[in-house]
Every structure is written in structure tokens, then in C-alpha cells.
Ligand binder design. Sequence first.
Ligand SMILES: NC(=O)C1=CN([C@@H]2O[C@H](COP(=O)(O)OP(=O)(O)OC[C@H]3O[C@@H](n4cnc5c(N)ncnc54)[C@H](O)[C@@H]3O)[C@@H](O)[C@H]2O)C=CC1
Ligand SMILES: O=C(O)[C@@H]1CCC=N1
Length: 275
Amino acid sequence: MSAGVIGFIGAGNMGSALIGGIVKARCAGPENIIVYDVIREKSLDLRNRYNVTIAESLSEVVIRAGTVVLAVKPQNMSEVLDEISTTLKNVYESGAYPLMISIAAGISLGYLEERLPEGVPLIRVMPNTPALVLKGASALARNAHVRDHQMEWALKIFQSVGFACEVEEKLMDAVTGLSGSGPAYVLLFLEALTDAGVFTGLPRPLARELVLHTVAGTVALVQETNKHFADLKDMVTSPGGTTIHGLRVLECAGFRGNIFDAVMAAARRSKELGT
Ligand SMILES: NC(=O)C1=CN([C@@H]2O[C@H](COP(=O)(O)OP(=O)(O)OC[C@H]3O[C@@H](n4cnc5c(N)ncnc54)[C@H](O)[C@@H]3O)[C@@H](O)[C@H]2O)C=CC1
Ligand SMILES: O=C(O)[C@@H]1CCC=N1
């Protein structure tokens, strides 16, 4: 096992987003990243793009990596854990356990502990897809076997692809419903806003540019002024003007309530996936 080697089990949307981000941010060189996916084309694609190493089996990742990221769907987690459990015991007999990191929605530390040998250091993470462009948001929760330096290393990995912080595990379902699933809500909004621009007569490329600059500019406005969202909203909203007419339609359609419901539904699903 090499301490600096990061192994990935699963190279789908999220595994590849993290690998791309880690390489771009130079958190680890491609020579220190090893990947295994049951669909070999996915690993080959990553090797073509980033020059990372391909493993021939799950066990090879566990044997060679000091940190192993489990990036398979929650539904595939049980089979993966069964398969790596024995290898983990063998690795321990010749040294120490690798740090195991799961990014699977809903899969709790307790679930992982039950299926892996006693004493394995485990971190549960909820990242999101903007990690691919180093703008991700991740929350990390650890079990009792994770030492501070291991947590710092894991935070460093996820900070290399954006914002990352440690939270108590009881907050993970809420984090999943908000920032894990959040990019999809935002993209739906961006798409709807663009379509609305097209509906009112704007050429699509222009509508898209206006939407992207409006959203990026608004985020920058909040970050730079640090003002409350409502104060900045009021700045846009003239008495009897255009904005208040638009806002009224959104309020009457239950815009805020729908967002509450969406985040709650996703958080509930995260909880269900872990049971
Ligand atoms: N997509 C997202 O926005 C986010 C996903 N997640 C979590 O990340 C995990 C992965 O999600 P995605 O990347 O979206 O899914 P995905 O389906 O794109 O990727 C999963 C990969 O795992 C591979 N796989 C399945 N069984 C395997 C096995 N036994 N050994 C090795 N590889 C195997 C599949 O071939 C696939 O490439 C999930 O647990 C999800 O909850 C977390 C945060 C955000
Ligand atoms: O939809 C999902 O289950 C995953 C977890 C968070 C974002 N995507």
C-alpha cells in the first residue's frame, strides 16, 4: 500500500468528476490515482483523459491505495463491500487499513461498519458534480477510527475540488437533499429561465448568456457584499415595477414551498437508501 495513492472504485459521473478535479487541482498526480470500474470502458476513458492507472480488480485498488473512494451506486455497495472485506483483513495483517471513503447517498457509517472488518477508518462524504470544475461542495462525517491527520487529508482531497467541511453524520441526509442533489435543481432553474427568455422572443444563445451572467453575477453580489438575500432582492424590486409582478407569480405558484418539498423529498430518499 502507498499512503499517497488514491484508489477509486466506480468511475461514473461522480468518480470521474472527482478524479478530474483532483488531477486539475494537483492534489494528487495521475500516477497516484488508481481506478477500477466493472465497465472497463469507463476506466479506459479516464486513463485516456488523465493518464491514471487502471486496476484489474477491486482487490488491487484496496491493496495499492492508502485511501480508497467508494463511488458506486448505493444499490451496488453491498456487493462491493462483500468483495473487498477479505482483502481488507489481509492488508491489515501486513500493515494498516487504508482510509475508506464512501460518497454513496444514504449509506451510513453504521452500514459500512457492519459489513467491513472491525477498526476500519471510514469517512462518509456527500460531494456534488461541480467538483469537476473545482467548484464542488462536500460535507464529510467520520467514524471513531479516523485519526485527525486522516480527516485533514480527506478534507484536503475534497477541498482540492471546492468547498469542504466536516459535519456530524446526523446532518448527512439534509446535506444530500440540499447540496448533493442541488446542482439538478439549479440546472432545472437555468433551463426554465432560458426557455422563458426564448418564449418572450430572445434568441436561445442570447437567453443562455443572459441567464448565466445573471446567476453568476448574483452569486458574486451576495459573496462580495455579504448582505442578506432579501436585502439584495429588495434592491431589484421597484415599487409597482416589473420585478414585483414576476415575483408575485412565483409566490402564488408556491415557488418557495416547492423548493422546501424538493429538498425534503431528496433528504427523505437519502434516509431510505440507507435502510
Ligand atoms: N451524481 C451525483 O451528482 C452524485 C452522486 N453521489 C453518489 O456517488 C455514487 C456514484 O454515483 P454516480 O457517479 O452518479 O453513478 P454512476 O452510475 O455514474 O457511477 C457508478 C459507477 O460504478 C460502477 N460500478 C457498479 N458496480 C461496480 C462494482 N462492483 N465495482 C466497480 N465499479 C462498479 C458502474 O459501472 C458505474 O460506472 C452514488 O452512490 C451516488 O449516491 C454523491 C453525490 C453526487
Ligand atoms: O441522485 C442521487 O441519488 C445522487 C446523490 C446526490 C446526487 N445525486
